[in-house]
Each structure stands twice: as C-alpha cells, then as structure tokens.
Write a protein that binds this ligand. Sequence first.
Ligand SMILES: CSC[C@H]1O[C@H](OP(=O)(O)O)[C@H](O)[C@@H]1O
Ligand SMILES: Nc1ncnc2[nH]cnc12
Length: 288
Amino acid sequence: MERVIGVIGGSGVYQMEGLEEARWQAVETPWGAPSDEILTGRVAGMRMAFLPRHGRGHVHSPSSVPYRANIDAMKRLGVSDLVAVSACGSFREDMAPGDFVIVDQFIDRTYQREKSFFGAGCVAHVAFANPTCPTLSAACLTAALDAGITVHDGGTYVAMEGPQFSTRAESEMHRAWGADLIGMTAMPEAKLAREAELCYASVAMVTDYDAWHDGHEAVDVASVIATLTGNVGKAQALIAALAPLLGPEHGACQGGCDHALDHALMTAPAKRDTDLVAKLDAVAGRVL
Ligand SMILES: CSC[C@H]1O[C@H](OP(=O)(O)O)[C@H](O)[C@@H]1O
Ligand SMILES: Nc1ncnc2[nH]cnc12
C-alpha cells in the first residue's frame, strides 16, 4: 500500500513548510467539515496531508474541534500514517519547556466530545491498550534526534477538557497519578485514529510546567506562545526528517493498527443501521 503521511498541527502550527505541489483543498465528510481545508503536497516524493487542528487563525477550541471529520478526512485522502503534534504542559522536571516527547500512553479526562465513529446500529470495540503505533513512533523519535531536538522516548499524556487550564490541586493530582504531560486535544483524536485503522503517533512539544512547579509561574497562554514560537521550526524539521525514514511503501503494521477493526464489530450484519454504515465508508469500508 502507498504510504501517505498525515500531520495534524496543534497550537502554533498552522502551516507546513517545504511541501512540493502544495495546495489547500476542501474535503467533505459524513461527519461535517474538518477544522479547515487540508494542505496536500509531496515530500521526498511521498504524498503528505497537513491539517491545522484548530484551523488557520485558531478558530476551534479543544472541545469544538471536529475530531471525527478530521480523522475521516485524513482517511479519505488515503493517509496511512498520522502524526499529531501538540503543545503540552509537563509534570516532570526533566521534561522541560522546549523538549519534545513521543507520547505512548493517554489518560482520557475529556467529557464533552463525540468519541467514536460507531454507536447504536453499528457497535465496535477496538483494542487500545497500546494507543500509538510503535513503528511510526520510533520513526518520529529518530527524526527528532536527526533534527537535533531534545526528545524523550515515551510519556503519558492526560487529556483534559479545558478550555481553562488546571487548578494547582488538579495539577498535583495528575502528577501524583504518574502522568508526564497534559494537553486538551489528544482525545478523542487518538481513539478515532485507531478506529479508522491509521498508524498514529503523538509528538508533544513541552511548553510549560502546568501549575505544580514552585519554581515556575503557573501556565498561561502567554507562556505557551513564548515557548511555541521557538519550537514550531523544530516540529517542521522533525516532519521533514520523517518522510525519508519511512519510505514510500506502507507494509503491514507491526502493531496491527491497520487491522484494528478485524475483530471489533459486534452488530450482526442484518441488524446494522444502513445510514450509519454508509457514513462509515472511509473509516471502516474495509470490513463493512
Ligand atoms: C494555547 S494553550 C492551550 C491549547 O494548546 C494545546 O493545543 P494543541 O494540543 O492543539 O497543541 C492544548 O491542548 C490547548 O488546546
Ligand atoms: N499546561 C497545559 N495544560 C493543558 N493544555 C496545555 N497546552 C499547553 N500547556 C498546557
């Protein structure tokens, strides 16, 4: 299968430099409009698709991001490997502002979002113990090292609803849980990517120490932006280094991401809701 790299850019990442044949294109989905048009083009001869999660001009809040439309649109464009870039607060002294983390676990504390493509009339339960793709994550780690970025291999990301940042008590609680990072957008994005059988990697850019650190001011937007300004170039360099590492052919995924739906569907074919099945054409057409 052809490898197509998708990139979802987070806060501060609204553009993707260095794409050949670049053009912004509107993609319609049965789940509504994505956050913005999608920038498509080529890097190292491979197709790439870039979507700013909050839209250009930062229009969507973490709760209003159309996560299902975004993932469906990526799948519809043929994306096989999806890299999500996110600004995050850190619960660890050694994960300092400016560092990158290849996230490998999540704790979902969001409560106001549509979290599945499936539901009444077509029920599915995908495995999610290992929520990121090991192959794509390893490639992101190598790409970050190649780009000269200080990067940590593995980390647990708490997804909070927001939009307000955490209280000090919440920050200390998340830290006591053993979490490493906090942000507002990785969920349900990672869950939906798994349902859509995409290889998904989460690249966190640490922007602050949230609200627990006695030696640092509690997070606010100004501090996030100040750190992001110096880091967007690093994210672009990581993505540029990634394409040649992966190569143009997407072989069978070692983590099974590309077959996540093999044993997930529960609803008997005769009992399936035809309208919902029609909406699932891109996401689950392989098994429906
Ligand atoms: C601008 S600070 C809070 C904002 O930044 C992060 O966005 P993203 O994950 O899309 O990079 C965080 O999740 C909040 O949405
Ligand atoms: N401390 C923090 N909490 C939630 N989202 C963030 N995004 C960047 N820093 C954050």
